[in-house]
Design a binder for this molecule. Structure first.
Ligand code: ZN
Length: 199
């Protein structure tokens, strides 16, 4: 074989056009590998556990109880002619302070004149106001955020979906009105929040 012919063959073999598919796929593979590695090394966001929940029970919870109420709970109480503060104290045998967030109040205001009694109750001076600093006014989200961040409250609601969401947050007892004819409040998860074993 003549020498010049061999040389030419070798040069041709060495050069790969930049648009060669083999080249781009190799580069893609390298990028994918880099990305996977970065994902592996990225810090995992661990769920934040409140310091009061360090022990098996919620140390921040105890009388006088602060109880966040939602729109639905106020309305159910009115229908059953239950005085909110008195019924809370009858249920827990301790001093109770109902709390209402800006979002819940806004929700009541939006419901219109039919709910003016509920609104009047919510504006009772015995109620403690929780001022909202967050975006949006969806009351269920608002309540869940408050207790997840700061589990020092009991939540009073008769809303099934909200109750379900609250059960996923540790240390948050739920106050509710059971049954259609019930004339008193009940409490769920309070012994558990105070350290009793789950039943
Ligand atoms: Zn809010």
């Amino acid at each position: 074989m003549p020498k010049s012919k061999f040389k030419k063959f070798a040069t041709v073999k060495k050069i790969i056009s930049p648009s060669d598919p083999r080249l781009s796929s190799a580069q893609e593979k390298l990028e994918r590998q880099k990305k996977r590695q970065a994902e592996r090394l990225a810090p995992v966001e661990a769920p934040k556990v409140q310091s009061t929940m360090f022990f098996s029970h919620n140390e921040a919870l105890g009388p006088p109880y602060r109880i966040i109420v939602d729109t639905n709970f106020i309305n159910h109480s009115i229908q059953r002619k239950l005085d909110l503060v008195q019924s809370m104290m009858d249920c827990l045998l301790a001093k109770c302070t109902p709390c209402i967030s800006d979002c819940v109040l806004a929700e009541l205001e939006k419901l219109g004149p039919k709910y003016r009694i509920a609104l009047r109750i919510a504006k009772d001076p015995r109620f403690e106001r929780i001022h909202c600093m967050h975006k949006g006014t969806y009351a269920d989200d608002c309540i869940c955020n408050i207790v997840a961040k700061d589990p020092v409250y009991i939540v009073a609601t008769n809303d099934r979906d909200l109750k379900r969401r609250l059960r996923k947050i540790p240390g948050v007892p739920i106050m509710y009105i059971g049954g259609r004819t019930a004339r008193r409040y009940n409490i769920e998860r309070l012994p558990e929040a105070l350290g009793a074993p789950r039943t």
